[in-house]
Design a protein around this ligand. Structure first.
Ligand code: IPD
Ligand code: CA
Ligand code: CA
Length: 311
């Protein structure tokens, strides 16, 4: 994790301290209030989480393969994904699936978007920060999302129009209004290092203007943390749809904003994401704008290959 930015003592700070995340309007939700499709996603995420937790006790025996430089996959990713797909298929055999390790299958109105283990590098190093991310799209619109952190047993859920929750508590984005007081999450380029200079220019612009930057290593959790008010904002470019889908709904349902490199809605296609509470989102976008490499402003289409992934 990278920690940067000015050290501000409580006495010096100008921040209007918001209530702790989740306490602001602490509506509770009973488990039986879950939409059946969200319920299936939760069941699948918990099953994958159990596989991941078990495997974390024995990291030494894992077989790890490199998909591309600095991009690793283990049998845990694959086993977790198979368990998720098994749960979904039992209930919804006709739904399409887009999953990181096994690709896409099926067609139709409903599509599940799955990252079975987001933060594989953390997991393989015994860093306890990773998650299972599952979203459902209906006719291309994300309608349900689950992000499950099996280490902390934190279950983030959202359904379109019904709010976002951490376990059974309603969550909201933070109330900070100034980027200078904000904690901002990000992801560094790691697979394709030709993006490095562009990324460093963005980092250089943001660092002196905020209270701190973190590179925690799991994009889905970064977005869930924006939704829960732990991060005031987040940006990362070069993400895949399964990194973004569930978290994007969570940010929106907790009162936040999420956009692509121009602040527009094309993030699922471009893989470029900027998210935050409404105030800090705008300030981060303005700060990044002059430094965003041109490639990330372009929409990804079937004819233009994805930009290299960033960590
Ligand atoms: C990665 C993590 C990481 C992000 C990368 C992703 P994976 O997912 O979300 O934080 O920076 O771009 O690929 O490979 O661990 O599922
Ligand atoms: Ca991922
Ligand atoms: Ca993954």
């Amino acid at each position: 994790m990278l920690d940067s930015g000015a050290f501000v003592t409580p006495r010096e700070t100008t921040r209007q301290d918001p209530e702790p995340a989740g306490s602001a309007d602490a509506a509770h939700r009973k488990p039986d209030m879950l939409h059946p499709m969200l319920n299936t996603a939760v069941k699948a995420a918990r099953r994958a989480g159990a596989i991941i937790n078990r495997a974390s006790q024995n990291l030494d025996v894992l077989t790890v393969r490199s998909k591309s430089p600095n991009d690793f996959v283990s049998e845990v990713d694959r086993d977790a994904e198979a368990a998720i797909i098994d749960v979904i298929r039992k209930t919804y055999p006709d739904h399409a699936i887009l999953a990181e390790e096994s690709g896409s299958s099926g067609q139709g109105e409903y599509e599940w978007v799955i990252d079975p283990l987001d933060g594989t590098t953390n997991f393989l190093h015994g860093m306890p920060h990773y998650a299972v991310s599952i979203a459902l799209r209906q006719k291309g619109v994300i309608t349900h999302g689950v992000i499950y952190d099996p280490v902390r047993n934190e279950l983030f859920t959202a359904s379109r129009g019904a709010g976002a929750f951490l376990n059974d508590r309603r969550i909201r984005v933070s109330r900070r209004t100034q980027m200078a007081d904000s904690l901002i999450g990000t992801g560094f380029p790691f697979r394709e290092l030709s993006d490095f200079d562009g990324y460093l220019a963005m980092l250089k612009a943001v660092m002196p203007k905020c209270a701190g930057i973190r590179r925690a290593g799991a994009a889905s959790l970064d977005l869930a943390y924006v939704a829960a008010g732990r991060f005031d904002a987040f940006w990362e470019f070069g993400l895949a749809p399964w990194d973004i889908a569930a978290g994007a709904l969570m940010v929106a349902e907790s009162g936040g904003l999420i956009g692509d490199a121009s602040g527009d809605p094309g993030y699922m296609d471009s893989g470029a994401v900027i998210a935050g509470n409404p105030k800090v989102f705008g300030q981060l976008l303005t700060t990044l704008a002059p430094h965003i490499p041109a490639r990330y402003r372009q929409q990804r289409t079937k004819d233009t290959p994805a930009p290299p992934a960033a960590e």
